[in-house]
Design a protein around this ligand. Sequence first.
Ligand code: FER
Length: 354
Amino acid sequence: MSLKLTSMIVFLTAFSIIAEEVKWPAPPSGFSSRKNDSPHGKVSSHNYVATQFKNESKPVKVYTPPNYSATAATKYPVLYLLHGIGGNESAWTSSEGNADNVMDNLYKDNKAVPMIVVMPHGGAFGTDMFDKFAKFEDVLIKDLIPYIEKNFNASPDSNMRAIAGLSMGAGQTLNFGYKYPKVFTWIGAFSPAPNTTAAGTTIKDMASVKANIHLNYLAAGTGSGDAGYLNTARTYHNYLNQNGVKNLYLLSEAGLNHEPENWNRQLYNFAQRAFQGVSAISQSESFKIVPIAKATISTQKLLISKNSGADSKPWGVFINQTENSSSKVFSLTGRTAISTFRNLNYSTPVNQKQ
Ligand code: FER
């Protein structure tokens, strides 16, 4: 191959990788610190029985948002948020991040759908350094999810279930999330660990991934301390991209290393996009969400309609709270799903499934 052609291929490859990366604006200062003048969610500690691991009792912390109601008819979406290799159920609210503050501050600014954030100990299943994280898979699916749905006002709808995590927890997120696209439909991998299973091995049913997952979010810092993790995110992203997966983001946090500021930012970005816009729509349904007016992000309107069938007429127009002063509860006649749509932070629809 000529030198010219080789260098052109190198250039184009480099360009296409760079072109896929997105940089979202940095969060406002203080986004991860506890504010005295705003409502706080509650972090509570619980134990559940791991029938899939010797019937041992395992710890989990649960963040419920401000004004959480254990009895409200509208069940909450749930984010399962996983820690890194040195962490435990407390790590996301201490050594590895400030998930509770990040969520409180998002709610103060009305930037996220009210959700329950479940922070388990994801590496408490044996002694082997890596296997003890891998063994969490069955416990999560068969024990923890049912425990949360029984003991909290948590939706059992997979459209209302997200999984995200940092480093080793991001590896679990990818390994479990893409293996079970009918269990988790919003996926966020923050600085995924280099030992994450290759996407081509994990994903057995790419059609199901494409049909079900609403958000594929991969991110890492560009600092040297996060380089291996950014590489993992990039490799995973490229596989999904090459297979035509939509709603796919590769985020890079400029200059950040393997550190809490990085993961707080990634949570800030992910959490305000999770469960937005499609949460009331059952996964078996064909639908489209199209912008009918695009001004600033804060005045965007979306028309939600079914593609065909008896009620193919528009389900309704969502007008966000800037115009409406409070978030609008959007009820779909004849359906069990009732969902709160608020602050759709998209300049394009989150899901263009047709
Ligand atoms: C690796 C496997 C896991 C690795 C890092 C991790 C750097 C996890 C790190 C973390 O959870 O912070 O090979 O290499």
